[in-house]
Design a protein around this ligand. Structure first.
Ligand SMILES: [Zn+2]
Length: 479
């Protein structure tokens, strides 16, 4: 019997990787095997170590990868899959492909840097420590990407077809509606893989949202595979702008700088637009803003290219202020020399750098420099997964380890939860209420166990749906 196997993002929020096997044969004989997403495990070591494990099947036996969006926890294992022999197409929307073109090589570069660091300081039990994949290997895998536009029907094999619909999570993000049909006249099964689900509302509860708002309403599914990151939480409904303006103002008044760990793509753009608005309206002082990421400029260019995905508010902002790359006082550092110069700045400034959860990248250098001084502040504008340095700093720890040294945390630490690109529980329920049918079964993935189980209970109670929390490596039959 055909089955789905949850190879990642089950019991955790990273490593999204789901196998569809249409024949039920473990080697995929007599049918098709497809991966929906191929993400990297991040966060706690227990999960990260799974990046090194092989798959329970041969990579070359996978027909294709259907990729929902360009976040690393959904696409970051693709170079490894190609390294293991996968040569099929990777289907994604054009914007997702453009973003992967910068995100995956950057990830390869970070993997190499990590390995070099471990080898230099002998901090790994592996000798030599190796990168999961290199920058070159990440670049090499880009040749397998093939664009599929929203709404376009794509036949993968005689029994499988799919189309992408809007998920409204980040630029290019999609859900995959996958239809399985054994033959002419045979009944069909619709599987809906949500990927990550964006906010249902736009300006009121999530101001600053830059892309298309609201996941596709009116869905139909026999089997629903759904994310549950915020399955037990509700985002604040107040406007974050006054609080943000106050935090910046106070930091600047005491002569400090603001450091913002943020993913270079989407979140940084969203934040930069908000800063521009606050400065133009006089709510915050006009201090220099540094977007410090090797991919910052390219990310803005990709962002400006895909105008079809803008929210109305973003369209207005761009027509009013033009490209962020040309704004006075906003600096985009690409090289490491440019990045190092930011550290020399003694005047108050705002530094936005990645990675958003401080798991690597240039943000570490800025935090080593700025965390020990109480004049400065750190503002988190994204989810911090347990086990990451971002989680440690946000949870009020007195110190955090970076590059082998303990860094004291004396700067003011704040978090604004309104920037989330994930729907919260009420928003998820609002979206589920728009379904035209009751799925035969829903599997919850991409959530910490407490979030997934709570969402399961709420969905069972409020909707009367059959819902299970997916377990890592679990196989479930679909028919
Ligand atoms: Zn995502």
């Amino acid at each position: 019997m055909p089955y789905i196997q949850f190879l990642g993002a089950a019991g955790t929020v990273t490593g999204s990787k789901h196998l569809i096997n249409t024949s039920g044969d473990l080697a995929g004989k007599g049918g098709t095997q497809v991966l929906v997403d191929c993400g990297l495990f991040q966060g706690q070591k227990e999960w990260r170590e799974r990046n090194w494990q092989g798959l329970p099947f041969a990579a070359q036996d996978i027909e294709c990868v259907i990729l929902t969006h360009a976040h690393l926890d959904h696409c970051g294992w693709i170079p490894r899959l190609v390294k293991q022999g996968f040569r099929g197409p990777i289907y994604a929307t054009p914007a997702t492909i453009d973003l992967c073109g910068i995100i995956l090589p950057d990830s390869g570069h970070l993997q190499e840097e990590d390995a070099e660091y471990h080898n230099k300081f002998k901090t790994s039990r592996h000798d030599p420590a190796l990168p999961l994949y290199t920058l070159e290997e990440a670049q090499n895998c880009l040749q397998y990407f093939q664009p599929v536009g929203f709404g376009e029907a794509k036949q993968i094999s005689p029994e499988l077809s799919f189309r992408f619909v809007h998920a409204a999570h980040i630029l290019g993000s999609s859900m995959a509606e996958i239809t399985m049909k054994a033959g002419e006249g045979a009944p069909s099964t619709r599987m809906l893989f949500t990927g990550d689900i964006g906010r249902v509302h736009d300006q009121h509860t999530a101001p600053g949202k830059v892309v298309f708002s609201g996941p596709q309403a009116g869905e139909t599914a026999d089997v629903l595979i759904m994310e549950s990151t915020y399955g037990n939480r509700q985002h604040p409904t107040d406007d974050p702008r006054p609080k943000l303006a106050e935090l910046i103002r106070k930091t600047v008044e005491r002569g400090g700088s603001v450091v913002v760990p943020a993913f270079a793509v989407e979140r940084t753009q969203k934040f930069v637009f908000m800063l521009k608005e606050l400065m133009e309206s006089g709510q915050t002082p006009r201090v220099p803003v540094y977007c410090d990421s090797p991919m910052a400029i390219k990310a803005v260019e990709i962002f400006l290219k895909h105008t079809e995905e803008y929210s109305d508010a973003t369209k207005q902002l761009i027509s009013r202020y033009g490209s962020p790359l040309k704004w006075q006082g906003f600096n985009f550092a690409q090289t490491s020399e440019e990045s190092k110069k930011i550290n020399d700045s003694n005047v108050p400034c705002i530094i936005i750098s990645s990675s958003g959860m401080v798991t690597g990248g240039r943000i570490q250098h800025h935090l080593i420099q700025r965390l020990p001084d109480p004049k400065n502040s750190v503002i988190f504008i994204g989810f911090q997964a347990p086990g990451t340095r971002g989680f440690t700093i946000k949870s009020g720890a007195p110190e955090v380890k970076m590059f082998g040294q303990m860094v004291p945390i004396r700067a003011e630490v704040a978090a604004l939860e309104q920037f989330s690109d994930h729907a919260d529980t009420p928003e998820l329920l609002e979206w589920l209420h728009s379904f035209t049918n009751k799925p035969n079964m829903t599997y919850l993935v991409h959530g910490e166990p407490s979030a997934s189980t709570q969402l399961r209970d709420v969905m069972t109670r409020e909707l009367g749906w059959k819902v299970q929390v997916a377990q890592w490596m679990q196989r479930v039959n679909v028919s």
